[in-house]
Write a protein that binds this ligand. Structure first.
Ligand code: PMP
Length: 326
């Protein structure tokens, strides 16, 4: 029996005042081997701890008929490499490749005897001690851990609040790089939304255009067209976002990526959030405006269904996105 550590998390909108639990599996990959999660730790003098100088990704690992699979591993690895490159962390790419990354994930999954769908968080920590505020030529350590039952948004529909905090722009801390330190921006905005009784925020950029939620991308439907902020809108280039766009095009739903005004969301036929943890969660209300009749829209439902099918290898057209871990 593999011990699991409970992780407490608030989701006020889904169950008033209630907590939902996630479970962290107790074996982590750290450096080059599997260790108990409690022993996978960084120095208080490391850049990762001092400045949040780490880049990370989270991806789904699912149980399918073909075995345990990781979803879009190639893309997640590439985004880690790209994030490191943007920040100037240049040691990771020299020491890691996709093959080594896949092997580490496989070790993690085996060590924890995973028998359910989980999420895996993989992080590249800059753990050089006290190098000052710089990034090149510094020692990095890769960590990975798995967790289950994690819900960032209520499945039945989220209520969102436009944040008083603006998204960090590309010219300050690029959202395109998934860098841990930048998540203070998300924490500020999410906590502001929670404090006001909402489930999450909508981030606007400095010009007032819509970016994304605290940890998910946003889509909306108007007159049958699926619209989402473009990749120059200070968003994280979400891998679920890319998947949703591909699925929609495959289903002959027109997709447009462009600048988005907040009020377009208020009057949309459907709005949903996309992300590895958020899946494709419908948005029920924004700033007290109920979206359509508050029910999950047709296009959202069909994309949710298709996404679950491809995650679990039930659509042969998309099995190329799955890496069997063996
Ligand atoms: N935006 C932000 C800020 C995020 O943290 C996430 C979650 N990783 C996303 C969007 C969605 O990205 P993905 O689909 O790759 O999980």
């Amino acid at each position: 029996m593999v011990e699991q550590l409970p992780l407490k998390q608030w989701v006020p909108g889904s169950s008033p005042g209630g907590r939902t639990m996630a479970r962290i599996y107790n074996k982590a990959f750290f450096g080059s081997k599997i260790v108990p999660v409690k022993e996978a730790s960084l120095s208080i003098a490391s850049s990762a701890v001092l400045y949040g100088l780490s880049v990370y990704t989270v991806f789904p690992v699912c149980i399918t008929k073909k075995g345990i699979v990781a979803f879009r591993l190639k893309d997640h690895f590439k985004r880690l490499i790209d994030s490191a490159k943007i920040i100037g962390i240049d040691t990771f790419e020299k020491e890691w490749n996709e093959n080594k990354f896949t092997k580490a994930i496989t070790e993690l999954i085996k060590a924890n005897k995973i028998k359910e769908d989980v999420l895996v968080r993989a992080t590249v920590h800059v753990d050089e001690l006290l190098p000052g505020t710089r990034s090149r030529g510094l020692h990095t350590t890769v960590s990975m851990f798995a967790y289950g039952d994690y819900k960032v948004l209520p499945e039945g529909g989220a209520s969102l609040k436009t944040s008083v905090w603006r998204r960090v722009p590309d010219y300050a801390i690029p959202s395109r790089a998934k860098v841990n330190g930048a998540y203070v921006n998300s924490v500020l905005a999410k906590q502001d939304a929670l404090d006001s009784g909402y489930d999450d925020c909508i981030f606007l950029d400095a010009d007032g255009h819509v970016c994304e939620l605290s940890a998910a991308n946003i889509f909306f439907v108007r007159d049958g067209v699926l619209i989402t902020p473009d990749t120059a809108s200070d968003i994280l280039e979400g891998i679920t976002r890319r998947t949703i766009i591909e699925l929609a095009r495959g289903m002959k739903i027109p997709v447009v990526e462009r600048k988005v005004d907040l009020t377009e969301l208020y009057i949309a036929d459907e709005v949903f959030a996309s992300g590895t943890s958020a899946l494709a969660t419908p948005v029920r209300e924004i700033d007290k405006r109920i979206i359509k009749n508050g029910e999950t829209g047709k296009i959202t439902k069909s994309l949710q269904k298709k996404y679950q099918e491809i995650l679990h290898g039930r659509d042969p057209k998309y099995t190329r996105l799955l890496t069997v871990l063996k």
